[in-house]
Design a protein around this ligand. Structure first.
Ligand code: SF4
Length: 307
C-alpha cells in the first residue's frame, strides 16, 4: 500500500510537539483535551496522538500480507468486470448495504448469487419481487429489511439519479438503508473521492483502543469519524478504512486482541494495559467500553440507527 508521507524526522518532531502541547502524560497518552475533550481549543495547535505515524506504519506492516477477509471479499472485490461505470457504482452501494452486521464472506456470497444469470443492474433488482430478493440474500443480517430498502433505493436511483448513485454524502445518506459509514466508503470506492473516513465497528473499536479519539472514548462511529478527521491528515483517509478493517479482522480482533504479537503493544494504551494485566500486574487494566463479553460479533454496526 502506498505510503502517504515520509515518516522519521517529521514523526519525531510531531511526537515532541504533541507531547509539548499535551502537558502531563496520562495512561492513555492523550493529554490535551483531544478532539472531543473539555480542554480542546480550536485556537491552539492541533491535537494529535503521540506516535501515531509509527503506529500506522506498524499497522501497514502487519497488513502487508493482505490476508484479511476484507482484502478478497470487501466491497471493492464484489463488482463485475466489463460493465458500465454506473453499474459498478450501483454494485458497490449494494454490497455496502448488504454488509451491515454481516461478515464479508456472507456478503460476498450474496453478491455472487445476485450476479448469477444476468448482470446485476437496477433493472434486475426491480424485476425481482421482494420475496425473491430476500431469499437470494439470506443469510445476510437483517435480510428482510435490507430487501425492502434495496428495492426502495433502486427505485429512487432509477427515478432521480438516472440509474446512477448520488455523488455526495448527503445524497447517499438520503437513500433508505444507507448510513454515513456506507456513504463515505461509497464516495471513496465508487466515486474515488476523498469525502471523509469510513468508520465501521473495526475502525471505531481500534481507534478507541489506540487512544486516537481524544481524551474520552467515543460513543459511536460518527463521533469517531469526526474525532479522527480533526487530526488525521486527509491524505491518509482513503486507505484508512481498509487498513484498519483488515487489522481488526486479523490482529486487533474484538475478542482477545493479539496484543502480545502486535507491533504496537508498547505504544497502544489498551495493549500495554492488557499485557500488564496478563502478567498479573497489580496495576489495573485501562477500562474500556468494549467489554469482552460484548465483543462477540465481527461486524456490529449501529444498524438500528441507520435503518
Ligand atoms: S496492542 Fe492490542 S489493542 Fe493495541 S492495536 Fe495491538 S492488538 Fe490492538
Amino acid at each position: 500500500m502506498k505510503r502517504s508521507r515520509t515518516l522519521g524526522d517529521k514523526q519525531t518532531a510531531r511526537s515532541s510537539k504533541a507531547e509539548e502541547d499535551a502537558g502531563n502524560s496520562s495512561e492513555a497518552g492523550n493529554t490535551s483535551g483531544g478532539p472531543d475533550g473539555a480542554g480542546a481549543d480550536m485556537g491552539e495547535a492541533k491535537w494529535e496522538p503521540p506516535n501515531w505515524e509509527t503506529v500506522l506504519e506498524n499497522i501497514k506492516q502487519m497488513r502487508i500480507g493482505k490476508d484479511a477477509p476484507v482484502d478478497t471479499m470487501g466491497c471493492e472485490r464484489t463488482m463485475e468486470d466489463n460493465v458500465a461505470p454506473k453499474v459498478r457504482r450501483f454494485q458497490t452501494l449494494l454490497s455496502l448495504m448488504l454488509s451491515s452486521q454481516t461478515k464479508d464472506p456472507v456478503t460476498y456470497a450474496a453478491m455472487e448469487r445476485l450476479k448469477s444469470g444476468r448482470s446485476l443492474t437496477i433493472d434486475k433488482i426491480l424485476d425481482m419481487s421482494e420475496e425473491e430478493l430476500g431469499k437470494t440474500i439470506i443469510p445476510v443480517g437483517f435480510w428482510k429489511k435490507k430487501s425492502i430498502y434495496i428495492q426502495k433505493t433502486s427505485q429512487i436511483l432509477r427515478d432521480k439519479y438516472n440509474d446512477d448513485i448520488p455523488d455526495t454524502i448527503e445524497g447517499l445518506c438520503s437513500l433508505p438503508g444507507v448510513g454515513p459509514k456506507m456513504a463515505y466508503i461509497a464516495m471513496n470506492v465508487a466515486w474515488e473521492k476523498n469525502a471523509g473516513i469510513g468508520v465501521d465497528t473495526h475502525v471505531h473499536r481500534i481507534s478507541n483502543r489506540l487512544g486516537w479519539t481524544g481524551k474520552k472514548e467515543t460513543k459511536n462511529p460518527e463521533a469517531t469519524r469526526k474525532a479522527l478527521e480533526s487530526w488525521l491528515p486527509s491524505e491518509v483517509w482513503q486507505e484508512f478504512n481498509i487498513l484498519l478493517v483488515g487489522f481488526g479482522q486479523t490482529v486487533c480482533v474484538p475478542l482477545k486482541p493479539k496484543c502480545s504479537s502486535c507491533l504496537n503493544n508498547q505504544l497502544c494504551p489498551f495493549g500495554k494495559a492488557e499485557l500488564r494485566s496478563r502478567k498479573g500486574s497489580t496495576k489495573k487494566s485501562k477500562k474500556s467500553k468494549f467489554p469482552k463479553e460484548e465483543e462477540s460479533s465481527d461486524d456490529v454496526d449501529e444498524i438500528s440507527k441507520y435503518f
